[in-house]
Ligand binder design. Structure first.
Ligand code: LLP
Length: 429
């Protein structure tokens, strides 16, 4: 069985996009992230109705993924100097050609000093998420175009931690402060060419739909200087068999109607952007790990992997569910399964992939396996590698991209010797 396109939970998974899991694991070692380029392409194609697809690279900023996006005509969002740097390394120019969308937009709620320097120097288009950002940018770069990110006063996400709207969220300019912000922008002769809202990650259609109305109200207050409206990201993707795919065309129709009304009012066309992170890449990514120990703790049977929350933090952070399968090193006839807890190598009890929000350890029905077999964790292409860490001095995993030309190592496994590369012991007299 193959885990190539759908997020179907095949409990035994011998192939990813037609490549043998065992061979990938033997060639690249474990833990290794594997990305199916074809799936990324498919997901992007589903979003083509939008004028501009702006990939939120925070979800997966490997250069090879960014390069693929660029070749697909997708532009990017960046939230840090590091992400601007990555985008540029992957071939995105810093600033737009005439009438093109900004290839890179910097979206944040603060400018650290380095970011402000880069944005001034390279003329990267900023999406300003606080009144202070308007002042700081205006002083340095008067007369330029900016986007304002508005917090419409409500939000929603798959977890409270990914809800980016409402009064408990630090994101965006509070909707009631818009007039003050318009005055600030005017003081520096900034043109507000874009308006942006992003209410949360992993939300649902109903909540996403509410944003259109809030956008329309805010856009009318900004007026005809607006050229672009952005629906933000937040598109959900299925992680469980029972999760439904979002109806993109229905979602587009809502936004298109909003955009058309604004265009009529402003008497010029408006560009409609979408800014997904999870949607293009989540289902394209798999984390392959090896089972290194199997042990019983009272009533629980544990499969302990060589990957932990240093590689994939979503379960410990959000109680996030990821589909899992087993790839036997030696294929088996029997499809017998058992209830297991799946954990990693780290020195914390929370290092468990099968947990719910709040840290409750749960069991998962997985094929009977032995030490040396592999577990394939699906839905790992978004917020997987990028949220990894060196905790317990574990090196970062390798990353491999699969496409029609074969399998490509797109990030080497971090060598242990690199762990101390930037450190030094004080020289003492
Ligand atoms: N735009 C902005 C301004 C954002 O803050 C985000 C996500 C996105 C777009 C992309 O959202 P998406 O389409 O991926 O839902 N680590 C969490 C998700 C955090 C999302 C942060 N911002 C997770 O693993 O679920």
């Amino acid at each position: 069985m193959t885990l190539s396109t759908a997020m179907t939970e095949n409990l035994v998974c011998t192939e990813i996009a037609g490549r043998s899991v065992r061979e990938l694991a033997e060639k690249y070692g474990t833990p290794t992230y594997v990305y199916d380029a074809e799936k990324i392409v498919q997901q992007i194609e589903r979003l083509r109705s939008f004028d501009v697809i702006r990939y939120a690279q925070k979800a997966n900023s490997n250069l090879a993924v960014l390069d693929l996006m660029r070749r697909l005509g997708v532009v990017v969002d960046a939230v840090s100097v590091g992400e601007i740097y990555r985008a540029h390394r992957a071939g995105f120019p810093y600033k737009a050609g005439e009438n093109d969308p900004a290839p890179i937009v910097y979206t944040a709620d603060i400018f650290d000093r380095e970011a402000l320097d880069w944005i001034e120097k390279h003329r990267v288009h900023p999406n300003l998420g606080s009144p202070d950002m308007i002042d700081q940018f205006g002083e340095r770069c008067p007369g330029r175009d900016v986007t304002l990110r508005i917090n419409p006063g409500f939000g929603h996400g798959h977890s409270q931690k990914t809800n980016t709207g409402g009064a408990s969220s630090k994101h965006g300019i509070w909707h009631e402060d818009l007039d003050d912000c318009l005055a600030r922008a005017a003081k520096y002769d900034l043109t507000i060419s874009g308006l942006h809202m992003h209410i949360g990650s992993g939300t649902d259609f109903e909540h996403l739909a509410q944003v259109c109305q809030a956008m329309e109200e805010m856009a009318l207050r900004v007026g005809p200087q607006l050229k672009t409206i952005s629906a933000g990201g937040g598109l959900p993707t299925p992680y469980r068999n029972e999760d439904e795919e979002i109806d993109i065309e229905r979602y587009y129709a809502l936004w298109d109607a909003t955009r058309q009304r604004l265009a009529t009012e402003f008497e010029h066309p408006l560009s409609l952007e979408i800014e997904p992170g999870r949607y293009p890449v989540a289902q394209a990514g798999f984390l392959i790990a090896e089972i290194r120990a199997i042990k019983t703790m009272g009533e629980n049977l544990f499969y302990l992997l060589d990957a932990g929350f240093n590689n994939l933090a979503r379960p410990i952070l959000y109680g996030a569910y990821h589909p899992m399968s087993v790839a036997h090193r030696v294929p088996r006839e029997s499809a017998k399964t058992q209830e297991v807890v799946v954990g990693g190598p780290l020195c914390e009890s929370g290092d468990i992939f099968t947990q719910t929000d709040g840290g409750l350890v749960v069991r998962r029905n997985l094929p009977v396996a032995e030490v040396g077999d592999f577990v394939v964790i699906g839905g790992a292409g978004a917020y997987g590698f990028v949220m990894g860490s060196n905790y317990n001095s574990k090196p970062f995993a390798a990353e491999v991209l699969l496409d029609q030309d074969g399998d490509h190592l797109v990030r080497q496994r971090e060598p242990v010797s690199d762990l101390c590369r930037l450190e030094s012991i004080p020289v003492r007299q």
